[in-house]
Design a protein around this ligand. Sequence first.
Ligand code: ADP
Ligand code: MG
Length: 385
Amino acid sequence: MTSTPHDLAAAFTDRFGTEPDGLWSAPGRVNVIGEHTDYNDGFVLPFAINHSTTVAAALRTDRLVRVASTFAPDEAPVTADLDTLEEGGVDGWAAYPLGVLWAMEQSGHRIQGMDLLVDSSVPVGAGLSSSAALECSVAVAANDLAQAGISRRELAGIGQLAENRMVGAPTGIMDQSASLLGEAGHAVFLDCRSGESRLVPLDLEGAGLELMVIDTRVSHSHSTGGYAARRRSCELGAELMGVPALRDLSVKDLAEAAGVLDEETFRRVRHIVTENARVEDTVRVLSERGPAEIGPLLVASHASMRDDFEISCAELDTAVDTALDAGAIGARMTGGGFGGAAIALARVGAVTAIRDAVEGAFSAAGFRSPVIFSVLPGAGAARVA
Ligand code: ADP
Ligand code: MG
């Protein structure tokens, strides 16, 4: 990470021989609650974190794009021509920024060539969506430079299109929405069916709290197959229950579902239905009683993923159980499952004890040592210089 906007502007000039027209930042995100609900047309509650990706950018007079990253300081910039850029035609990290420019044009916005230098403080692959931070920083930069006037909601869709079609990852709209629509001290309550969102107060700092991220640094070999199998179970459950998506079932429908579905499909469905209800409950509790009161909902979310959806693993359970024993207000696994990160909500004064306890438990169990850090709800994507 190049530390200041000034440093990044200087690094841009070193790379490209001109000064940047400006700098734009977009944050990563963490999801407070609402896991595997996105592809069931349900609810999620992410927040933009106080770690972001910044891009220095300058327009060119032609249709060429050159992208470089401070992650690869010795690599020559990747160059592409907007006139010949094709779906799936870019390999490696450059597929994210080039994909965004491709997706913008696919969506009907004509842009010019530009030079881009990317820098980031979002940990990569730790479940904090460094990919969306990268996409959204480029999306807001290109939108401003082209004076395209694209709404934040449409920009989120452009980021998703880039990730789905240029990178080839079948991800939803949550990460980009959080990065573009988030605000300091708030979470983003997102309806994945309508795409509508609203900000919910989440002043962790004011409440003396931090959200700890415990990256287990493991990804079990069945994670990809497990994810696909869970999606299929959800589709099957919706079909057998005669609804367009599991979003259309409520907790009251579960008694009927128990009679219709086989035992395993029922448990998969029950996770999604109760998880959607927990997201709505969390939004209510945050608005009425504040963040210190959402702990039991996080704990229930974890139990549901562990027992009903069966996507946890020994490392994630150890992280969650140990954090709770050491004083966390709530904790749960996040993301696709079978590895990745857990989150723990904790009073600032308890963070060190929780960290020590989790590190100790991982060491005692013979697990790889986890990477643990805290995040707070920060600003959404914006021009910074
Ligand atoms: P995450 O959970 O962090 O989003 P992904 O695998 O979805 O994990 O995205 C990580 C990928 O995004 C990296 O492997 C890299 O290709 C790209 N990426 C993210 N940030 C940067 C950056 N600052 N510079 C270059 N590539 C980046
Ligand atoms: Mg990602």
